[in-house]
Design a protein around this ligand. Structure first.
Ligand code: ZN
Length: 285
């Protein structure tokens, strides 16, 4: 198999011969580094023209990342009329606006990308902006939740879809036993694990809080702990300064907040002992 060094991250990339043309066009950058929007690989600021963006996906994390892309695009292209489509989408929806440029996110995967569109990867663009210090910001907080003085938030992810992304119940059990005697707020839209003893300090807020309430709870938490999922994006965007999270797949992943606020573990490094050490360090226990 042919190989090349990615010009940006310097990793060795093996590729199928059929992809030679693609990588040549992509300036010999790997798929995790090649950017369209942040690198401005399009005609910038075409005055008076219309630009169309496909919807930013259905998941919370994608929508949080999309906000940065929207803000930066408008900043870079102030004289364009930009449509961020968020309704039902058909190929005809695009044509209605007669756009000069169309941007199509990889997460808009339930309808075919029209010919000639700029296809981009949401997480690649968001990681590039984050490396440059541009992070998503969540601005709507609902303060109507009574909070203890000091507490930890856990986003466990225990759902029946893509179960390999769930927190392992034995890891959660270790974390709950490890934490000192302080309130532990369990938030999310999932369900408690049957085989975990949550103990006297856990407060079950599952399915009881709105996103704006969760944002408020996370912003004020001593720490947010969880596997990679949309609520960890929310914790970062809401301004939590102590996050420990794991099960990240791409080694080009980058936290969407100041790196000192975040300990992230790649999937292959997600050992419970390393996670506990990170928690201990951050909580100073
Ligand atoms: Zn690369």
């Amino acid at each position: 198999m042919p190989k090349f060094y990615c010009k940006t991250c310097c990793r060795i990339v093996s590729y199928a011969e059929a992809d030679h043309g693609k990588f040549n066009n992509h300036n010999w950058e790997c798929d995790s580094c090649y950017s369209i929007i942040a690198a401005k690989r399009y005609v910038v600021n075409q005055k008076g023209t219309t630009t169309f963006f496909s919807p930013g996906g259905r998941a919370l994390g994608d929508n949080i990342m999309f906000q940065v892309i929207k803000d930066q695009y408008i900043k870079d292209n102030p004289d364009e009329n930009v449509i961020f489509w968020d309704g039902h989408i058909e190929p005809e929806s695009v044509l209605l606006y007669r756009p000069t440029k169309v941007f199509w996110a990889d997460v808009t995967n339930w309808v075919a990308c029209p010919a000639g569109a700029h296809k981009y990867k949401m997480s690649v663009e968001a990681c590039i902006y984050a490396r440059a210090g541009i992070y998503p910001e969540w601005k709507s907080f609902d303060e109507s939740v009574d909070l203890p003085d000091k507490y930890v938030v856990i986003s466990q992810r225990n759902i029946n879809k893509a179960e390999e992304k769930n927190m392992k119940s034995e890891d959660l059990q270790r974390i709950i036993k490890f934490l000192p005697a302080m309130s532990i707020l369990i938030v999310g839209n999932d369900m408690l694990f049957n085989n975990v003893e949550y103990g006297p300090y856990c407060v079950d807020y599952l399915k009881k809080l709105t996103l704006n309430q969760i944002a408020w709870v996370m912003k004020n938490a001593s720490m947010v702990i969880g596997v990679d999922n949309g609520l960890i994006h929310l914790a970062a965007a809401a301004g939590c300064k102590n996050i420990v999270s794991w099960w990240y797949v791409s080694d080009q992943w980058f936290p969407k907040t100041r790196p000192e606020y975040f300990d992230a573990f790649l999937r292959e490094d997600s050992y419970i002992n390393s996670i506990l050490i990170a928690i201990k360090k951050r909580l100073e226990i």
